[in-house]
Design a protein around this ligand. Sequence first.
Ligand code: GDP
Length: 490
Amino acid sequence: ASFWQLASTSTKEKLLGGLLVPGFDERSCLSRYHSAFYGKTMARSPSAHLIKRLREHEALQRRCGPGTEAYRSAAARLRSGHRNNGSDGDDNAPGACKYLVLVPYRGLGNNILAVASAFLYALLTDRALLLDRETSLGDVLCQPFPGATWLLPKNFPIKNLQNLTGEVPESYRHLVQQSGGAAAAASRRSYVFVDLDHSCTYHDKLFFCDDERRFLRRGAPWVLMRTDGYFVPALFLNPAYEGELHRLFPRKDAVFYLLAHYLFHPTNKVWGLITRFHDAYLKNSDDRLGIQVRVFDGDTPFQHILDQILACTSQENLLPEVVTQEPAPAAAAAAAGGARRSKAVLMTGLSSWYYENIRWKYWQSATATGEAVSVYQPSHEEHQLSGYTTHDMKALAEMYLLGMTDRIVTSGWSTFGYVGHGLGGLTPWIMFRPENHTTPSPPCRRAKSMEPCMHGPPFYDCRTKHGADTGKLVPHVQHCEDMSWGLKLV
Ligand code: GDP
């Protein structure tokens, strides 16, 4: 966008409908205020209540974050193994600072979903959110809170956060099983560790039912949490948060979309990758299709997956059919009549084989519609190398670029794909995960919403205190298209 375009775009648009505050240094993070000019109009607007709560939360991060007196004394108490002595300590004084330290892991998509979920939990429970530094998030994303860092200081008293498991005595799992009550057990510990790994147990997942009467809401100045995924749907099943979540998100399908637009602003280097690719390959097309290919059976190319992509895009009319005769009638007609429609296909994947095949298909043959189809793939890294900054920069850039398309096909089970469509406010066509190396039938289906899927949901109803099908408790939390036991907001 030129200077004049930028100047004439309303401030409201630039601040994403009030989601963002003005006042950050623009040059240090161009994407923060400029993403609006690349994206389409906002797919969903933030509620007035969400905007108010974000501003309050920013104030909390400034009041409690690293560098403040509140942080220094809370960290000192943690270092000295100070116990959270019920109601008599400073920890429970009104306005006392409480913290959520997030330890995210696995790939960048997993990390991003974990951060969005943890942020919402922190907002709901008035905790300052701090991120473990063992990931490249700090290298690829700008800071979201004005005047406060969200990165955990290097001298944080508890080391090797990535090695914490539900086995530690501080774990929620152990605390809820103590006779005498969890609150009393928590008061004997200086922190509580919440393990939400795939291997976590029934008792770990009781965390999702933690409410006013339980100890996390009341005490526990330090909560440490290890997760690699999107747990927001489970928060929507907890009666303690129901009213507040409804006010924050009157439309339940846009939670990730809004949180992501608030939190995730690529750093200038990543933004350069995004904008240069967009301007060179996507901007001038009439129509953009994203195809995200994620293969969980190994990094070698698979014919059944290529077949699945082609079957899905053909069945859902996302890509035009080709004709074998020359000259193709539609192409001849389009040539005579002037301009023909152009369609850009943005493919992402670790392998370039799928892209090469689809590109060749539309080079070798003309389309029946006369459309000109161009196929691009920004990178092919061959293998997952999460944690390496350049690799993760490309991954983030590609998730963003997927979000800039008009329609999108994603691979089921992939958090990379969830972030791509979720950022873009796009309801994807999800390709089912193949079994036994065979193309699934049907190959894909349109999702119910743009929300990510929660892969490790609870199977417990907080209200009745019994096991339950958690996809049937409230209308806006349903099972996912790509994972039958998963949960998503619709
Ligand atoms: P998931 O494993 O599909 O759920 O997604 P994650 O993002 O959590 O982990 C996969 C990681 O593999 C990514 O973060 C990248 O590091 C890498 N990766 C997978 N697919 C792609 C891709 O299409 N492009 C790039 N650049 N990296 C990818």
